[in-house]
Ligand binder design. Sequence first.
Ligand SMILES: [Zn+2]
Length: 124
Amino acid sequence: MAGRQRAKSSRKALAEAVKMPVKKDDVVVVITGADKGKRGRVIESFPEEGRIRVEKVNMVKKHQKPTQRQRQGGIIEKEAKIQVSNVQIYCSKCDKPVRVAHKPLEDGKKVRICRKCGEMLDVK
Ligand SMILES: [Zn+2]
């Protein structure tokens, strides 16, 4: 881990809600950085920061103080946020990260589809 996480607070003022290309419960693949190639489900989305938290990606150790209930304290591992631009949506049909296209439905709603194979990515 390098010392890249310093210039944090100075950029906060510019924060504007980013239009997120992925959302909670999407399966994404990390395309850059230390966790490159890892696949996981989005567990939390932070549009103001343009960041997400992905299951089992970018795990950091956190020191937990001992509490009344839990005497030991100790170190727990937790997912840290990553830039949403560092991931791409995973298409199960292509079996790889893909670019997303938007397709309007008859009722005016839009769904996200795989730009390659046309598979619908909004499952529900
Ligand atoms: Zn596909």
